[in-house]
Each structure stands twice: as structure tokens, then as C-alpha cells.
Write a protein that binds this ligand. Structure first.
Ligand code: AHG
Ligand code: MN
Ligand code: MN
Length: 335
């Protein structure tokens, strides 16, 4: 017998003992986990499963879609549309929202996802993931529209990701801290392997795509310059750097051992606030990080307080160990 409890049991106990998870939300989370298991299997097959390479199409943001982007999107939709727990879904890979078809009952939740995060890493066998965010459907509406999704991240009722790395892990918050589950492939179940996840307030590790340095705004450049000066500079300590180019994997590292992650605005496309998407990348990750004691801002304000105006809106992201996030944010205020 495994000493670990399963995700199903964890969710049932959270529902029963703590009243934290309503029955429909519990079902939703079980279904998302099942879909992630399916995606994990597809990822693991690699070239043997004809899942590698480009699909030859573009998504609404003009990015080339990989086969696995589309497969993961379909797995999530097919798993979630019939259970009666959802009203509609939204995805990085779909231009507009997907309302649950009339032949199925409609539930009270809205699900948003980045089906496959870190697409550039698929073909080189580096960690990738799935990110998800759950909102409540506003009360008293007859037909769901895109407008109903435009809620600030602070309104999320559940958020998480699944990382497909050396281990497949599901990381979750329902607003009661962060818990981590590891997929036991023999049993086919996610098993609870870590509770009370805490991001240390200080760190000596940062993550940013350094090749964009010449495009950054002065506060970001100042922060990184100071880190690079190491022990002899104003910070008085050496810094290490990591950049996996899968937000899921970079955020997972930060939840495990601290760090600072930045994908800031830069001058390449000055009218774009950043690269990452607010509603299905930045919001769920920011809530997880905050729930683990970290912080997340766009340089000006807390990410979870941003009122979205578009489903696929982008945002500048600074998240991770609290004291470093506060430092970079303060540098923005001093400009
Ligand atoms: P996606 O694969 O869903 O489009 O997201 C990729 C994102 C994110 O995961 C990562 O942090 C970032 O893009 C990497 O961007 P660069 O290739 O510009 O470093
Ligand atoms: Mn992504
Ligand atoms: Mn993606």
C-alpha cells in the first residue's frame, strides 16, 4: 500500500471535512487531472505516437501550433464537456470561448487553459506542462459570453498546472495553500506528495530570457545588472540563473526552492504589455505563487488585481520570492 493518498481521496476529504470544495468543483478537478494524465501519456510516446512537430496551423496569437498543442486542447475539451460541471471553456489554442453544447447539462464553472505550455520544448524532450484556471460563472446569466470570463485573477476558485517532466506532477490550489501530486503510473493515480508548499522570501536565483536584455525597460535592466555584479556589487551576493522556456517548469522550480521569474514588457513590440497571457498563464501561476507565500506583479500592480479586457490579453510578469518581486516592483516606481 502506498503511504500517499490519492488526488480523489484528497479532494473528497477537502469537500467533506473542510467544506473547501463544492461537489461540482471536485468533479471538475478530477476531470482536469484525468485529461492531464491523457496528455502525459501522449507526451511520453514522443515520436512513437506521432505527436511531434508542427501542425502547420497558427493560433489566434499568430503562433505556429504544434501537433501536441492541438492534441492537448482536444483532450481537455473532450474530457470536460459532458460532465455537467462546466458552462464554457477558453484556451490559448481557440480564438473564442467554447460553450458546452446543448446536448449536455451546463454547470456553474468556467475553465481556462494553456493546454501545452512550453511548446518550443516538445521536440527537444524538455519539460512542458498544462496550466488551468477556474472561475465561477456570474450569477443569473442565461447564455455565457466572453464577457463572463473577464474576471480578475483574485476571483479564481481553483488554479494549477501539470508538469510533464522526469515526473508528471499536478500542482493545485483552491485558495487553501498549494499541494502537489505525483503521477503513479502503475496505479494510474495522482498521489499527494507535498503539502504546505512555501516559496522562500529571499533567493539567489533568477529566471529571464537574457537574449532580450537590450530591449528591456530600465528597472528590469537595473535589477539584472545588480544580480550579475554578484558579491562585489550592491547586492553583496552571487546569483545563479535558469531559463527553461517553459513557464510551468520555471514556476515549478520556484515553488520547490524559490527564485524570481520575469517575462517583462520589452521594446520589441512596445504596444504589447508582454508575451505571457494574463488569463490562463499569469493568473493561475500568480495565485499559486501567492498561496505559497510569494508575490506576483506586472511592475505596477498585483497581477491578480488586473481587470482583464480581452480573453487573450497579455501581461508583463514578475513573480516568485517575495522580497525580490518587491525590489523589482519598487525599481519600476522609481523611474
Ligand atoms: P506557450 O508554449 O504556451 O506559447 O508558452 C511559452 C511561454 C512560456 O512558457 C515561456 O516562459 C516563454 O514562452 C518562453 O519564451 P521565449 O522563447 O521568448 O524565451
Ligand atoms: Mn504557455
Ligand atoms: Mn501553450
Amino acid at each position: 500500500m502506498s503511504p500517499h493518498i490519492s488526488l480523489s481521496r484528497y479532494l473528497v476529504e477537502e469537500q467533506r471535512q473542510r467544506g473547501k470544495i463544492p461537489a461540482q468543483l471536485r468533479l471538475l478537478l478530477e476531470v482536469v487531472a484525468r485529461a492531464c494524465k491523457g496528455i502525459s501519456h501522449a507526451v511520453n510516446k514522443g515520436a512513437l505516437g506521432e505527436v511531434m512537430g508542427s501542425a502547420g496551423s497558427e493560433n489566434v496569437q499568430g503562433e505556429v501550433q504544434k501537433k501536441l498543442d492541438i492534441i492537448a486542447n482536444e483532450v481537455l475539451i473532450e474530457a470536460n464537456e459532458w460532465g455537467g460541471h462546466l458552462a464554457a471553456m477558453a484556451s490559448e489554442e481557440m480564438d473564442s470561448i467554447y460553450v458546452v453544447p446543448n446536448r449536455y447539462p451546463q454547470g456553474e464553472y468556467l475553465l481556462l487553459f494553456d493546454p501545452l505550455d512550453g511548446s518550443s520544448n516538445i521536440d527537444v524532450n524538455v519539460s512542458i506542462g498544462t496550466i488551468f484556471s477556474v472561475l465561477q460563472k456570474p450569477e443569473g446569466i442565461a447564455a455565457v459570453s466572453e464577457q463572463d470570463f473577464l474576471q480578475a485573477g483574485a476571483k479564481q476558485v481553483a488554479a494549477g498546472y501539470c508538469v510533464y517532466g522526469p515526473q508528471t506532477m499536478l500542482v493545485l490550489t483552491v485558495g487553501d495553500g498549494v499541494v502537489m501530486f505525483t503521477l503513479d503510473r502503475e496505479q494510474g493515480s495522482f498521489m499527494l506528495t507535498q503539502e504546505h508548499v512555501k516559496v522562500p522570501e529571499d533567493t539567489q536565483e533568477f529566471a529571464i530570457n537574457m537574449s532580450n536584455m537590450r530591449h528591456w525597460a530600465p528597472p528590469v535592466k537595473r535589477f539584472v545588472d545588480e544580480c550579475l555584479q554578484g558579491k562585489d556589487g550592491v547586492r553583496g551576493k552571487n546569483f545563479n540563473m535558469r531559463w527553461i522556456a517553459s513557464m510551468v517548469a520555471d514556476v515549478h522550480r520556484i515553488l520547490m526552492r524559490g527564485g524570481l521569474f520575469m517575462y517583462p514588457w520589452d521594446q520589441r513590440e512596445p504596444n504589447k504589455p508582454g508575451k505571457l497571457r494574463l488569463m490562463y498563464e499569469a493568473n493561475p501561476m500568480s495565485w499559486l505563487i501567492e498561496q505559497a507565500g510569494g508575490a506576483a506583479t506586472n511592475g505596477q500592480q498585483r497581477i491578480l488585481d488586473i481587470q482583464p479586457t480581452q480573453l487573450h490579453e497579455r501581461v508583463s510578469v514578475i513573480l516568485g520570492s517575495k522580497n525580490e518581486v518587491e525590489r523589482v516592483t519598487a525599481y519600476h516606481a522609481n523611474v
